[in-house]
Design a protein around this ligand. Structure first.
Ligand code: HEC
Ligand code: HEC
Ligand code: HEC
Length: 126
């Protein structure tokens, strides 16, 4: 005869010990990006799933259109015009590079060099 309660408790403790490294890592995972919510608009310049994975492609396209093809036509988000620009476009709605772009980039260990030339608007100046 087994004492079902004891067996189950023993099993639970065993599982907890064996899987300890897994859940310890989960609980103590590195800082997950916490993004500053845009207030100016409810929508981004493109579909959110696309923005998450491909915003660098979009930025590249914008740059080529503006710099090489002279297509400076403004884009429309919720009826308001925005420039195809890093400073004058993205940063209008995502004004704090540290609390938005860098949150993810630090997490993903990417360091775009764009800021070498492009100014980042200072939040304090608002
Ligand atoms: C008109 C305002 C506006 C502009 C301009 C804008 N965004 Fe957004 N962006 C938003 C909003 C609002 C959200 C959040 C949408 C949501 O949560 O559904 C967002 C979400 C995002 C996300 C996804 C964040 C997440 O939650 O995972 C990325 C990445 C992003 N934007 C990058 C950019 C980049 C890069 C540019 C310039 C090419 C840009 N945005 C321009 C308003 C804007
Ligand atoms: C939701 C998370 C997230 C947000 C928010 C975000 N990025 Fe990114 N970004 C990434 C990831 C992840 C990569 C690397 C993708 C890869 O290597 O394929 C990346 C790569 C880039 C690259 C290409 C860098 C390179 O070296 O190839 C540029 C440019 C860029 N992001 C610009 C921006 C700008 C500007 C903002 C703020 C307006 C921003 N991103 C906000 C996640 C994000
Ligand atoms: C060596 C300096 C330099 C670097 C680095 C750089 N840019 Fe630019 N970028 C420029 C110049 C100069 C222009 C032309 C500005 C104009 O004609 O309005 C420009 C224009 C642009 C434009 C179109 C209009 C505007 O004013 O924003 C976009 C979008 C852009 N760059 C995005 C990026 C992104 C994204 C990165 C990083 C992956 C980047 N740039 C890195 C110098 C640079």
């Amino acid at each position: 005869m087994y004492d079902k309660g004891k067996v189950l408790t023993g099993l639970a403790i065993f599982v907890a010990i064996v899987t300890f490294p897994v859940w310890y890592d989960l609980v103590h995972a590195q800082h997950v990006p916490k993004l500053e919510k845009p207030t100016l608009s409810k929508k981004c310049v493109a579909d959110i799933a696309y923005m998450r994975t491909s915003h660098m492609v979009l930025l590249d396209n914008w740059r080529n259109e503006v710099v090489r093809e002279e297509k400076r036509k403004l884009i429309d988000v919720e009826g308001k015009p925005y420039a195809k620009s890093l400073q004058m476009g993205c940063m209008k709605c995502h004004p704090d590079r540290k609390k938005f772009c860098d949150e993810c980039h630090t997490y993903a260990s990417v360091d775009p060099f764009c800021w070498d030339c492009h100014f980042q608007p200072k939040k304090e100046a608002n």
